[in-house]
Design a protein around this ligand. Sequence first.
Ligand code: KG4
Ligand code: ZN
Length: 338
Amino acid sequence: MKILGIETSCDETGIAIYDSELGLLGHELYSQVQLHMEFGGVVPELASRDHVRKMLPLLDKLFSRTGISSADIDGIAYTAGPGLVGALLVGATIAKSLAFAWGIPSIGVHHMEAHLLAPMLEENPPEFPFVALLVSGGHTMMVQVMGIGQYKILGESVDDAAGEAFDKVAKMLELPYPGGPSVAALAEKGSHERFHFPRPMTEKPGLDFSFSGLKTYTLNAIRKEGADEQTKADIACAFQDAVVDTLVIKCKRALKQTGLNRILIAGGVSANKLLRSRLHAMSKKEQVEVAYPRFEFCTDNGAMIAYTGCKRLELGCKDDLEISVFPRWPISDINVAS
Ligand code: KG4
Ligand code: ZN
């Protein structure tokens, strides 16, 4: 079964074909970073319009690169939420129209489930059950994963997501959008010793997160310490250390609480190199397995949507013809009855 996956939830136009037997056959991605850069963040209306412009040319490119044609496709998966409503509607409308024209089923996919399953596209994917830490621009969540569509939320952010905190701190430090990679790059020039920022909600038991206070702490540090280039780098470093340490402490705690010995990290922030190296160190010490997506599949992409759609269609899920999207959609709503 060959599934076409379409991602348009935010500022990346992604498309891919996943084969249930052969794996990922190809994928294309167009990033709108340049388009939004001058505004310092994503402008929703511009994002929607650009998805309209880019999706079908990307589909043509994917077909010509893979030698696959519409007649070979057995189903279409698209991101149905959460995300920007206009951007989601573009993907949903294209997916449903093509599925109707080609006489095949379509399936709306939950964007965070797709992030969660992205590491399954790698060689030697982890076996179920495992713990998943989802760290993206919109969500931070710890999930116990028993199988596809069997998710138990162990904890989540009570305010800002980890990626959102990176993006906001980037603005405070006058760094370009997207903020995560800019803060991480500046942090490499900073000192780990000069400042020590708090590790929020690690003193209390539990697996929830809160990054809003850390963001304010960072702002106060910038105001107090001044903003010469070295101080900015030292502050970026202290902020990144605090976020990464907090995430690692919670990962350890989630493994202990569930008694599991596998953890998977996904979403945009899982591209963070310090997070990966600290998790690697933790995994060696605690003798647990840790899995990530390849760097290009940490952020939004079509491959994770095609994979998730394929797994969902195999479970017998599919859409009717109505076009509906879910800009806010709790992941706990998508469990498949076992
Ligand atoms: O998963 P994603 O592409 O989009 C959402 O579904 O939200 O994640 C984007 C987020 C942004 O907040 C971005 O700043 C962050 O991931 N990010 C990073 C890094 N690369 C992307 N944060 C920290 N370090 C990075 N290297
Ligand atoms: Zn995402």
